[in-house]
Design a binder for this molecule. Structure first.
Ligand SMILES: [Zn+2]
Length: 213
């Protein structure tokens, strides 16, 4: 049995040696397509196609490792690169930085809350942003001390996506300082009255935000 195992190992090794580093990288990249967000799959496929078109005699020693996917970009690492392969990898990373990771339309880097950053188009971003705003505001409006601690909310302090949910008929105005500028605000109790609607909307936008994932 040991003999057979050794034979098999030698056979596998020799077979492995016949395959270039580049070809091994390509087959590994093909197997890792599941690591790539849906919107970036076309540009990932373009990358693999470009690597497959390369001449093995020139680029055979090139080893590409990845994809390393973050919200902000898709990257690759390598120990041995030719300028051509470096260019292909750079181009893929650059494209990921301006392509919506959910749907593949043109996008840009967007932030949610404190830490999350993703490349998204406006359409994919809107429900996510609104879901984030509602997730922040609903518990605040529900808390027992909201009405006691904050009798008014200044409109300028609200995020535009959330502000759009408050009917303008509920805005009030106060004269701000000597120059007589008017400062818009909303009564806290008027915002609390919106809670049932905001909760319904929250469920809806969560559904919309996760539909493309
Ligand atoms: Zn999108």
């Amino acid at each position: 049995m040991k003999f057979i195992a050794e034979q098999l190992m030698q056979y596998t090794d020799s077979r492995d040696n016949d395959i270039s580093c580049l070809s091994k990288s390509i087959s590994l990249l093909n197997r890792r397509i599941g690591w790539v967000p849906k919107g970036w799959i076309p540009l990932y496929q373009d990358l693999v196609k470009s690597l497959m078109n390369l001449n093995d005699d020139i680029h055979g020693d090139v080893k590409v490792v990845g994809p390393w996917v973050e919200g902000e970009r898709m990257e690759f690492t390598s120990r041995t690169l030719t300028p051509v392969v470096a260019g292909i990898l750079r181009k893929t990373t650059r494209r990921s930085q301006c392509t919506c990771s959910l749907c593949g339309h043109p996008g840009k880097l967007r932030s949610f809350g404190e830490e999350t950053r993703e490349v998204l188009c406006a359409r994919c971003y809107a429900p996510k942003e609104l879901a984030e705003q509602l997730a922040t505001w609903i518990p605040r409006l529900e808390s027992d001390d909201f009405l006691e601690s904050e009798s008014v909310v200044v409109v300028d302090d609200l995020d535009t996506a959330f502000l759009a949910l408050i009917p303008q008929t509920q805005w009030r105005w106060v004269s701000n300082g000597k120059d007589g500028d008017l400062l818009p605000y909303v009564l806290s109790k008027d915002m609390v009255d919106l809670l049932p609607e905001l909760k319904k909307l929250h469920l809806l936008v969560i559904e919309m935000a996760s539909a493309d994932e």
